[in-house]
Design a protein around this ligand. Structure first.
Ligand SMILES: Nc1ncnc2c1ncn2[C@@H]1O[C@H](COP(=O)(O)OP(=O)(O)OP(=O)(O)O)[C@@H](O)[C@H]1O
Ligand SMILES: [Mg+2]
Length: 339
């Protein structure tokens, strides 16, 4: 990189210098009548023609260097061994009904880090909607990560339909779990590609149908290119709420037995917010759902609400019962209500 800092300007200076020399000596030669003006002009154009490609070459060299640095990063990434691997004798995971069990689960992201979950016990029946609430950093997203086995537990067991998630093929596990992440990730490609991600064989009609159910259809159609709109770097041409709507459409299309919805923490405008809430109602029907909620209005009707604090589930019950308990949930709820 540092080479191109010197290289490009050096070539530029050399080009100017050559022109100056030709002008100086050529000018004198024309003055003394040794050459004609036409010859000098021709010579000048040769000098420019000579240096143009050289400059172009040095620019290409700079591009090449950048590309090589990028390529190196890609290769490094491809060489990374995933944190979680299938066991050599991993079992086939049959179609699940969607019971989720946490049996005395403790978890830390790396051995040298402190526990983020401690002794978590949780039982979710098929078809139930369970809400996780609690302060930031409590461990809510981590619980979701363990259900999908993005990480392995440190102690205890996570079971789906009574089967330890570490014993089955990850591919089959992930096919049956839908995830709407907190910071909705979209990759480059069109909006349609992003919705179709979990089911590449879905038709355009199916994609549009899922987007309609997700309340994403209208904003997509409002874009000049509709479903063919390209997602820019970092999805900067979509708002946070719109990104979540696209992820909800993606989840609806794959129709998973278990859904993990991690509500966006960043500000979502109130119109998009209500579109998300509405889409969520569709998405939660007829499947097991874990909803990580930051706005408690979302989850009043959940079958079970768990308050997560400091890596532990400190309260769990239904909305009315938790209010009556007058503990942490009641305090959280009253605070949001006051706002
Ligand atoms: N990939 C990671 N590596 C190491 N530590 C992590 C990682 N992800 C989260 N943590 C830590 O684990 C703890 C729990 O994080 P988690 O993301 O589960 O919280 P959360 O309840 O989802 O918070 P929020 O409401 O802000 O989303 C935090 O202390 C966090 O710093
Ligand atoms: Mg989180």
């Amino acid at each position: 990189m540092s080479l191109s800092f010197v290289f490009l300007p050096a070539i530029e200076v050399l080009g100017i210098l050559a022109t100056a020399i030709v002008l100086w000596f050529g000018g004198r030669a024309v003055g003394s009548g040794a050459v004609t003006l036409g010859v000098l002009v021709a010579f000048l154009s040769y000098v420019t023609r000579f240096f143009d490609p050289v400059q172009e070459l040095s620019r290409m060299f700079t591009t090449l260097q950048t590309a090589m640095a990028g390529g190196e990063q890609v290769v490094n990434l491809l060489d990374t061994v995933p944190a979680v691997l299938d066991r050599p004798n991993a079992l086939e995971l049959p179609e699940i009904v969607g019971r989720v069990t946490f049996d005395q689960v403790s978890f830390r992201y790396r051995p040298e880090l402190p526990d983020v979950l401690r002794n978590v016990c949780l039982e979710i029946q098929p078809g139930q909607t369970v809400a996780l609430v609690g302060p930031t950093g409590a461990g809510k997203t981590s619980i979701g990560n363990l259900i999908a086995r993005f990480y392995d537990v440190t102690e205890g067991t996570v079971l789906i339909d009574g089967i330890d998630v570490r014993t089955v093929k990850q591919r089959q596990l992930h096919q049956q779990i839908g995830l709407v992440p907190q910071d909705a990730f979209l990759f480059s490609g069109t909006i349609a590609d992003n919705i179709r991600f979990g089911r590449p064989d879905a038709t355009d009609d199916e994609v549009a149908h899922a987007a309609k159910l997700a309340n994403a259809h209208d904003f997509i159609m409002a874009k000049p290119d509709g479903y063919a709109t390209r997602v820019q770097e970092g999805a900067s041409n979509l708002s946070v709420g719109q990104r979540q709507l696209v992820c909800i459409a993606r989840a609806i299309l794959t129709d998973p037995r278990i859904l993990i919805m991690d509500e966006a923490t960043s500000n979502v405008d109130s119109l998009t917010e209500s579109l998300i809430q509405d889409a969520l109602r569709t998405l939660l029907q007829a499947r097991t759902a874990v909803v990580i909620a930051h706005r408690l209005s979302t989850i009043r009707n959940a079958d079970l609400i768990c308050v997560v604090q400091d890596g532990q589930i400190v309260e769990q019950d239904k909305h009315a019962e938790l209010l009556a308990l007058n503990g942490i949930y009641a305090a959280l709820y009253q605070r949001q209500f006051a706002e």
